[in-house]
Design a binder for this molecule. Structure first.
Ligand SMILES: Nc1ncnc2c1ncn2[C@@H]1O[C@H](COP(=O)(O)OP(=O)(O)OP(=O)(O)O)[C@@H](O)[C@H]1O
Length: 365
């Protein structure tokens, strides 16, 4: 256990009847971090959060909070305060009363309740709406009330399950920075469940990526983006081109792969477990590290003839979708200035290429 570990999840399995929702999960949550749990629908994110909250007990394994097992301990019996952020505000209470509610339940006196509620409403920039009914608030304002209500009790851990999913795109981005700043300023540990990569990667210090009840990777957004551990992660993030083939040669510093589109090479790596010659392996390259040219570059490694099949422009960047003669899809992401002079109409033929040092080996399973 690391020195700054607040929660440790050790060999946790959760079954519902014969269905296993979480399989053998091991990870730690550090004190004061913003941890996002991300994955596609049904992969076990909410179940994991519910086990942390004490709303479900693990079928096997141990969850420790500040070193003490809490498998069957409801939140109110724990020494370390943990709060589940709920968006379900009480419609019969006004904004301030909603925020005061948890303090009232804890027996905090009237004046003190009001002072602390107003302090948080001010911090969330909604003090002016204190006396309003919940029905008179916008989606973003309700979010802020819900946050103030969770934080007024000064938890050490805040559990959030897709808190921004109902908001429109612009408000989502605004609330992301509100949440991130709040977490930084308060130092409260946030465990944040989302299926959105942009939310997880923009806010979290570390991200847990799950698939079908299994953790595929844990790391900082930069680590995961730059070096997806498994093929699933590379696929899920959608920011890499992925090539699977037979290993022609491999050492601890590189791999040569034979794919349907020709050889793909990785060089300059430090591989703990190089694949065996003749085995199937997968190399990836980030779409930002994949380049396009009208003629093949002279030192011809990792060069593929490609046909343009589509393009998408978002702000200052363009994503070009291409296809090799064997139907392998390739994505290239560039700033507009990098694409000047290239024929990008659908059907045009170009060459996609990248440096062997930009290839990356992922685990098959
Ligand atoms: N009480 C339950 N009884 C039976 N199956 C359950 C129960 N709760 C969850 N599951 C199943 O466990 C799996 C994981 O569910 P969970 O809600 O944790 O997924 P999730 O990753 O949060 O998905 P989503 O993003 O759709 O909310 C799902 O297949 C779900 O149907």
């Amino acid at each position: 256990m690391q020195r700054d570990t607040l929660v440790s999840i050790e060999g946790v399995i959760k079954r519902f009847g014969s269905f296993t929702a979480v399989r053998k999960m091991d990870f730690e949550i550090r004190k004061g971090e913003f941890l996002a749990i991300m994955g596609s629908s049904g992969c076990g994110k909410t179940t994991t959060l519910r086990m942390l909250a004490g709303l479900e007990a693990p079928t096997e394994g141990v969850i420790r909070l500040s070193g003490k097992p809490i498998n069957h301990l409801p939140t109110w019996q724990r020494d370390t305060p943990m709060v589940w952020q709920s968006l379900a505000l009480f419609p019969f209470l006004n904004v301030r009363e909603n925020v005061e509610f948890a303090l009232k339940m804890r027996g905090v006196g009237k004046a003190e309740r009001r002072r602390r509620a107003e302090q948080w409403l001010d911090r969330m920039q909604i003090l002016e709406f204190s006396e309003r009914n919940i029905a008179q608030l916008s989606g973003g304002q309700r979010q802020r009330v819900a946050l103030a209500r969770s934080l007024v009790v000064e938890p050490e851990i805040l559990l959030l399950d897709e808190p921004l999913s109902a908001l429109d795109a612009a408000l989502k981005v605004r609330m992301q920075s509100v949440l991130k700043n709040l977490q930084r300023e308060t130092g409260i540990t946030f465990v944040y469940v989302t299926h959105s990569q942009s939310e997880a990667f923009s806010m979290a210090d570390r991200v847990v990526i799950m698939s079908r009840g299994v953790i595929e990777q844990i790391g900082t957004p930069q680590e995961i983006y730059g070096a997806p551990r498994t093929r699933f992660v590379a696929d899920f993030l959608g920011s890499s081109n992925i090539f699977t083939g037979k290993v022609l040669a491999a050492s601890d510093s590189g791999v040569q792969l034979e794919t349907a589109d020709g050889p793909i090479v990785l060089k300059g790596a430090r591989l703990a477990q190089p694949p065996r010659q003749g085995a199937t392996a997968t190399l990836t390259v980030l779409d930002t590290k994949t380049h396009l040219s009208m003629t093949p570059p002279p030192d011809a490694t990792n060069v593929l003839p490609v046909r343009v099949i589509g393009e998408e422009f978002v702000g200052a960047t363009a994503t070009i979708y291409l296809e090799t003669p064997r139907g392998q899809e390739i994505r290239v992401q560039k700033g507009h200035e990098d694409l000047v002079g290239l024929p990008l109409d659908i059907g045009e033929t170009l060459y996609a290429h990248w440096a062997p040092t930009d290839s990356h080996l992922v685990a098959e399973a």
